[in-house]
Design a protein around this ligand. Sequence first.
Ligand SMILES: Nc1ncnc2c1ncn2[C@@H]1O[C@H](COP(=O)(O)OP(=O)(O)OP(=O)(O)O)[C@@H](O)[C@H]1O
Ligand SMILES: [Mg+2]
Length: 507
Amino acid sequence: MTATTPAVHEDVSREGWMSRGLRLSRRKWTLRRLLVVSIVALVALVSFGISAASIVGLNSYLERRVDAQLISAAGRSSAGVGGPDFGFVASAEKYLSTPGLPVGTVAAIVEDDSIVKAGMIAREAGASSQVLTADQKEALLSVGIGDGAQTISLGSDLGTYRAVAFSGEFGDRVVLAISLSDVQATISQFRSVLILISVLGVLAAALASAFIVSLALRPLRRVAATATQVASLPLDRGEVSLMVRVPEEDTDPRTEVGQVGAAFNGMLGHVDAALRARQASENKVRQFVADASHELRTPLASIRGYAELTRRGGHDLPADVTHSMSRVESEAVRMTSLVEDLLLLARLDEGRELEKRPVDVTRLLVNCISDAYAAGPEHNWDLDAPEQSVSILGDEQRMHQVFANLLTNARVHTPEGTNVTVTLAVEGATAVITVADNGPGIAPAVQPVLFERFARADSSRSRIAGSTGLGLSIVRAVVEAHGGVVSVTSEPGATAFRLEFPAMLTP
Ligand SMILES: Nc1ncnc2c1ncn2[C@@H]1O[C@H](COP(=O)(O)OP(=O)(O)OP(=O)(O)O)[C@@H](O)[C@H]1O
Ligand SMILES: [Mg+2]
């Protein structure tokens, strides 16, 4: 058990290391760079392989040719066709006079394991004779009869040789060696040519692959641009039409990118249809709410009217009937306001245009605060506004409703004695209205959904106050219909609603 644990650890860590490496390289490398570098590396590898194989092949071919030359010279010399006989012991020149041997060829005659005579074909006739060093002699002596052709080194001055040994005419051993310097010169020239061709090939591959890859990826970039365009569309609400599509030429299913483009268009079509269906069903619900609210207004007005009539005219009615009628009347009033709120929200959802007239916000706030004071004299109401009145373009009745809702909240959801401060300011081209109180604050659980319909902190207090949870959703809908934004910050002792509207700048 314990013996296997380290191995498992090692595997896991190696895997982690590899995947981390892959992730890193994937993050850094674009597809274009990856393809170009891979192609260049592949071309470089193939060029290197071909060059190495060609050099080895040429080298062995040239060596075989030298060997053939050696063996033929050896055969002819031992057959006695070499040239003039120089006496009882043959001179080295006899073996060098075989026609066709190249300059630099060395012949050595060996007797009793020592070289007795040696010669070399000089570049120019009568050139000073070469004296063999001990190392060179040893190298020549190392070649035995029957060993075949061997490569030996005759020091830095003579270089590398192919040598063969055979029996001379007088029973002596003759070593004949042909220089490989020509072979080496040919190989080195060939290598230079190969290097040049490889470098040019790699450069050409880099340029061509960069060009071809960017050409091939261009449609992919267009698909990405379409995706980006779709991503920037506001799809979360309202009438949505998803008309953006990948261009026709990038949807050819015979190419990979075309398949991506076609699939993307298919997906966009599907999403478009789903969004339309969602919108249609939303419209139906909205229409239903609007129609129902509208239809409820008339019977509610009748109920209210009859209840009021009965209450006023029925002096001889029993007290409990009078009380019940007044309850019917007050509930009918509450229900009317709820129905009005629902109707307003349904109309704002439809995107129905609001009235657009200059509204003096300063005056409106003064009125709203005095109403609030009348309703809640136990709270401390305060307005902080600039000297010059501030106006915005909008619907005065709806704006009034927004401020009234916020001030009612500040009154209803806070205990008596709470300070409520309304601030009006102009920041650049924006009118900013803040309604702040030092009440207990809004429960953190409600804050994220505060502006949604029927959102309330589930306290008995709000139930008793008869709240519906529509007040703040109306605030947001009206503010947004005016091109403004609403936000809230709340903690115990500091709750602030901030409204921003485009201000009408007075010249
Ligand atoms: N100033 C505030 N202080 C504390 N809680 C608040 C404040 N304003 C709003 N809230 C909380 O936010 C909830 C939602 O407010 P909203 O005005 O939407 O509904 P409501 O006041 O409950 O009902 P409605 O306004 O429709 O009669 C309230 O129920 C209350 O819990
Ligand atoms: Mg409210």
